[in-house]
Design a binder for this molecule. Structure first.
Ligand code: C2E
Ligand code: MG
Ligand code: MG
Ligand code: MG
Length: 297
């Protein structure tokens, strides 16, 4: 009887699990080749100053152009890169590519744009804290222990101006080991980077830590922006985030702005910056340059 049930369970699960495991192995193998074969590309989306209407920067968003699968969305491959640890190498490529692009744009006469790069929690060095004798206080087996040195080298090699490279870390990443991230952020800030808190409002922020973290801006998650036109609760939350940011001396940027109504609300509430399809979808670097020249700059 037990044997029959066992065999049933076996028959029920194995083909699906095999198929899943097989697809997963193929995906991981394809991703391993993606860096070498230069299948990754960055697209850029403008970040607009709501007072002047000018573009102050762009967010770099990773795209995978897979010959077999077509263009794969970050949501479908970044979690895999994080689970396998490949995000460390890909994340470094993203930083270098963003810095290289800043240099290219500057040479093409596009001055004063910053590039904001997303950084995974998996790229945070294992533990930047040291005990009294100078030893690291914890040693998880993952992370990019040389991330600051790598960033520093990119800034130098591509002659990036102070403040032109920004990093976006999610609220969840920042808060998951706040004492450690305070040390990391302090080192990055010393290199001239600006730090943005991505997807703000969806994690669990300790206000005590928020005050202590050396950050520059909060990004209001698009979940609150989506229904700004009609949802009074989302309007209240958005107002509260803007007020919180300003009272901490931070700038605030709304993401996912798609229409005029949302934009007007954000302007009325003195939100500093906005980003979204209303202004532009993320586009390749060349298109971004054309858009930049044809917008009033
Ligand atoms: P995110 O950093 O919060 O990026 C914003 C996402 O919203 C992007 O999706 C962007 O294309 C999309 N978006 C922008 N404007 C609008 C709008 O008006 N409406 C709507 N509905 N969506 C809008 P994308 O490019 O698919 O990226 C998704 C997430 O993947 C990002 O969220 C980020 O967490 C992650 N990601 C992207 N590139 C990288 C990267 O280079 N490294 C890491 N670690 N994560 C990345
Ligand atoms: Mg982001
Ligand atoms: Mg976001
Ligand atoms: Mg997001």
């Amino acid at each position: 009887h037990a044997k029959a049930a066992g065999r049933n369970a076996y028959r029920f699960f194995t083909p699906k699990m095999n198929q899943w495991a097989q697809e997963r192995r193929e995906l991981e193998a394809a991703l391993r080749q993606a860096v070498e074969r230069e299948q990754f590309v960055l697209h850029y989306q403008p970040q607009v100053d709501l007072r002047s209407g000018r573009w102050t920067g762009v967010e770099a968003l990773l795209r995978w152009q897979c010959p077999d699968r077509g263009e794969v969305e970050p949501a479908d491959f970044i979690p895999v890169l994080e689970q396998t640890g490949q995000i460390v190498a890909v994340g470094r490529w993203v930083i270098a590519q963003a810095c290289r692009q800043l240099q290219r744009w500057r040479r093409a006469g596009i001055e004063g744009l910053s590039v904001s790069v997303n950084m995974s929690g998996r790229q945070v060095p294992p533990d930047a804290r040291r005990d009294a004798e100078g030893f690291p206080t914890g040693l998880p087996s993952w992370g990019d222990s040389e991330i600051c040195e790598y960033v520093e080298r990119c800034l130098r090699d591509f002659q990036v101006e102070r403040g032109a490279l920004k990093l976006e870390l999610t609220e969840t990443t920042l808060m998951s080991d706040a004492e450690n991230t305070i040390v990391l952020l302090a080192r990055l800030k010393a290199l001239g980077l600006k730090i943005l808190v991505d997807d703000f409002g969806t994690g669990y922020s300790s206000l005590a830590y928020l005050k202590r973290l050396p950050i520059d801006a909060l990004k209001i998650d698009q979940a609150f922006v989506r229904d700004l036109g009609h949802d009074e609760e989302d309007r209240e939350i958005t107002r509260a985030i803007i007020r919180l940011a300003h009272s901490l001396g931070l700038r605030v940027i709304a993401e996912g702005v798609e229409d005029r109504q949302q934009l007007q609300f954000l302007k009325d509430e003195a939100c500093d910056l906005a980003q979204g399809f209303y202004f532009s979808v993320p586009v390749p670097a060349d298109t971004l340059a054309q858009l930049y020249h044809s917008s009033r700059h």
